[in-house]
Design a protein around this ligand. Structure first.
Ligand code: FE2
Length: 308
C-alpha cells in the first residue's frame, strides 16, 4: 500500500482519483490547495498526483517545491493544460508522467503501479551501480600501491560534507559516484610515473595533470553533468592555482570543491612514495590554512566542524 497525495481543486476529479487509488489498495490523502498540501510534504509520501493550476499557485513553482521536499516520491502531473511546452517542461523538471484531464481511472492506476515499480528499480539500480564501481575501482587501485582504499575514503568524506551543507539526496548520490571515480583517469598514466619513488619532473607532472580530463573521456557516456564537472575540476583550487582550467572561487562547481577537500584529506593521511602518512590533526590544520586560498572557505568551516 502506497501513500498517495492528491492535490486537485476540482472536487469531482479529486474524489474520482481518491476513490480510484483506494480501490487499488492505496491510501489517498486528498487536498485542494498548496497550503493544505504543504502540511504533508514532510511525511513519507510515495506518489503525488499534482494539478498544476490551483487556487494558490500557477506555473511550476509548487511543483519544484514538492520535488525538492519529496525527492523520492513519484510525481504525476494531472492537468487540463494541453500546452505541449508545459508538458515538456514538467517532465524535464523531474515529473514521472503527465496525465491529461479528464482522467481515466484505469490509466491512472496503471501509471501509479508503474511509477512505484520504477522507484524500487531506481534504488536497486543505484546500489548495484555503486557496488560495481567499487569493484572496478578496487582493481584499478591495485596498479598503484599507494592509493588502496583512496576512492572509498574520498567518497565517504565527500558524501558527509555534501550532506552537511544541505545538498539534495540525488545530488549526494551523484557526488558519491563521482568521488569513487575521481581518479579513474590515472588508468591512462604510465605506472612508472604513478609509482615513482621521488619527486616528478615537469614533464611527468604534466602527464599526471591529464588525469581529470582522461577520467571524463573514459566514462563520457555514463556520467551525468554533475559527475562530469566534479571529476573534471577536482584539482581546481579556490585561488585559481589548480588545473585543468585554473578556475577560481565559485566558478568551480560545488561538487568539485567538495571532492577537492575530501581528496586532500584522505590522500595526506596515506603513505606516498616520497613521504609517510600525515596525522589527522596536521591534515586538518593544513585544510584550515588553505581556507580561501586552496579551498572554499564555507566548505572548510563545515568540514572542520564535522571532523574535529
Ligand atoms: Fe586526482
Amino acid at each position: 500500500m502506497a501513500k498517495i497525495l492528491i492535490v486537485e481543486d476540482d472536487i469531482g476529479e479529486r474524489e474520482l482519483m481518491a476513490e480510484a487509488v483506494r480501490l487499488d489498495g492505496h491510501e489517498p490523502i486528498a487536498v485542494s490547495t498548496c497550503a493544505e498540501a504543504r502540511e504533508y510534504l514532510n511525511q513519507d509520501i510515495d506518489v503525488v498526483l499534482l494539478d498544476l493550476v490551483l487556487p494558490d499557485t500557477t506555473g511550476l513553482d509548487f511543483f519544484h517545491e514538492v520535488r525538492d521536499l519529496l525527492p523520492e516520491a513519484v510525481i504525476i502531473v494531472v492537468s487540463g493544460k494541453k500546452d505541449q511546452e508545459v508538458v515538456v517542461e514538467t517532465l524535464k523538471a523531474g515529473a514521472y508522467e503527465f496525465l491529461h484531464k479528464p482522467i481515466s481511472v484505469e490509466e491512472l492506476n496503471i501509471i501509479i503501479a508503474r511509477g512505484l515499480r520504477y522507484r524500487v528499480w531506481e534504488k536497486k539500480g543505484y546500489q548495484s551501480m555503486v557496488d560495481s564501481i567499487r569493484k572496478i575501482v578496487d582493481i584499478i587501485e591495485l596498479r598503484d600501491r599507494y592509493v588502496e582504499g583512496h576512492a572509498m575514503g574520498v567518497a565517504k568524506a565527500a558524501v558527509q560534507l555534501a550532506t552537511a551543507v544541505g545538498l539534495q539526496e540525488s545530488e549526494v548520490a551523484e557526488i558519491r559516484i563521482a568521488a569513487l571515480l575521481h581518479d579513474l583517469g590515472k588508468l591512462g598514466i604510465p605506472e612508472e610515473i604513478l609509482n615513482k619513488d621521488g619527486p616528478l619532473t615537469e614533464m611527468e607532472m604534466a602527464e599526471v595533470r591529464k588525469h581529470p580530463q582522461l577520467g571524463v573521456e573514459i566514462m563520457e557516456r555514463f556520467l551525468t553533468p554533475l559527475m562530469r564537472e566534479a571529476i573534471l575540476y577536482h584539482h581546481e583550487r579556490w585561488d585559481g592555482s589548480g588545473y585543468p582550467e585554473g578556475l577560481k572561487g565559485e566558478s568551480i562547481p560545488l561538487p568539485a570543491r567538495i571532492i577537492a577537500i575530501a581528496d586532500v584529506y584522505h590522500a595526506m593521511q596515506s603513505d606516498r612514495p616520497w613521504r609517510k602518512k600525515i596525522p589527522k590533526s596536521k591534515v586538518l590544520k593544513f585544510i584550515e590554512k588553505g581556507s580561501g586560498i586552496l579551498f572554499d572557505p564555507e566548505l572548510v568551516k563545515v568540514f572542520l566542524e564535522l571532523n574535529r
